[in-house]
Design a protein around this ligand. Structure first.
Ligand code: UD1
Length: 368
């Protein structure tokens, strides 16, 4: 019997662990302990995802909560170290740690495990924005450097890892496991009455999300982005589920009136997985700085205007529906026009974003 520990902590982790945990639990030669770090703790950033995606209750909840990067990372490391040490003392050591994505919990768990000689598998390995101002870029680099099983979602991930000197035998192109979840849930999501509740018609509205520190932590940048949204909303209603980080900044920078003067910007609380997928799958356009949403837009075939200067997920722009807009309001306006008049490019869904990534991941995990 192999014993795996799997760690999840923040919203974008949950849709990645769901299919892998389900497929691991279906096997009788593997026992998986699910550890929730508690990096995200609000119901609509965490519990809702467990309920809607049918993820079983975590075996262990660390409750680390929010904090500075060092504090949050350190708290996760200390708690994970204790779990791994106690398991070894009980003669039930873990054979492997599985981490997903690029949040602080991902890196912290990888460091704690590696230092105790528990090998680490990283799902979504090798992605690089080459922008070290992004906390996630540091998390990705550190996690990959110390993981011995690197599971990649797109070819750029493989290329980056080989260039960084990883042995070919440790790098596996398995596809995008988050798209497994999307394909499983999209039918159910579209059946919801989310659009009716909001008075929206399919393909006649845009969905906006913004939460990157580079976009929301600076008053001037955030104000100029909100101005652009206000202008766009005159042409097309915009649904804007607002992340707590962004909401705090909007208040701190006294920008709430700017949003309130635009009646066609519909501010919502962060949405659960299904309501959000109901919205994105039927949107005319998505405007976002989220990593995951760039990929989901490509899988859904919905134009995605990415409010970032770079992306660690280049396939969304090279063959998908994504386009890098940076924080240029002119480019955003121009590309929105192109979406509205139907001249925006058509993308295609990348290879191995086919709903079977989790099976390939479990094959690699259990073959080792
Ligand atoms: C984190 C991840 C980011 C991911 C995002 C998705 C890191 C470095 N960042 O960013 O990669 O895209 O999650 O949401 O790991 N807060 C709440 N309720 C919660 C959690 C947080 O209100 O349940 C508030 C707190 O004020 C907190 C702030 O949001 O200080 C930021 O939370 P944090 O987890 O530090 O980073 P995110 O911006 O959510």
């Amino acid at each position: 019997m192999k014993r795996f520990a799997m760690v999840a902590g923040a919203r974008p982790n949950f849709m990645k662990i769901a299919p892998i945990l389900r497929d691991l639990d279906a096997r009788d030669d593997v026992q998986t302990t699910l550890i929730h770090t508690g990096q995200h703790y609000d119901r609509n950033l965490s519990d809702v995802f467990f309920e809607e995606l049918g993820i079983r209750k975590p075996d262990l909840s660390l409750g680390v909560g929010s904090g500075s990067h060092a504090k949050q990372t350190a708290d996760v490391m200390i708690a994970i170290e204790r779990i791994l040490v106690e398991a070894a003392e009980d003669q039930l050591p873990f054979d492997r740690m599985i981490v997903v994505g690029d949040v602080n919990s991902t890196m912290a768990a990888a460091i704690a495990a590696t230092k105790l000689n528990v090998p680490v598998a990283h799902v979504e390995a090798g992605l690089r924005s080459f922008d070290r101002n992004m906390p996630e870029e540091i998390n990705r680099m550190v996690t990959d450097a110390i993981s011995d099983m690197l599971l990649c979602s797109e070819p750029a991930g493989v290329e980056n890892l080989l260039r960084e000197g990883h042995d070919r035998s440790t790098v596996h192109l398995v596809g995008n496991v988050m798209i497994d979840t999307l394909l499983t849930q999209v039918g159910r999501a579209k059946d919801r009455d989310t659009l009716t509740q909001l008075g929206l018609q399919p393909r006649e509205y845009g969905v906006v999300t913004l939460h990157r520190p580079s976009n929301v932590d600076d008053r001037e940048t955030l104000a100029s982005l909100l101005e652009v949204l206000a202008t766009i909303s005159e042409k097309m209603p915009l649904v804007f589920p607002i992340h707590p980080r962004t909401s705090h900044r909007v208040d701190e920078f006294q920008l709430r009136p700017l949003l309130e003067k635009s009646p066609r910007i519909m501010l919502l609380e962060p949405q659960g997985y299904l309501d959000f997928l109901c919205l994105t799958s039927q949107a005319k356009v998505i405007v976002t700085d989220s990593g995951g949403l760039q990929e989901e837009s490509t899988a859904l075939g919905v134009p995605c205007l990415t409010m970032r200067a770079n992306t660690e997920r280049p396939i969304t722009c090279s063959s998908g529906t994504g386009m890098l807009i940076g924080s240029s309001s002119d480019l955003l306006r121009e590309q929105l026009e192109s979406v509205i008049c139907g001249t925006y490019k058509v993308g295609r869904c990348p290879e191995l974003w086919d709903g079977n990534a989790s099976k390939r991941i479990v094959d690699v995990l259990t073959a080792a």
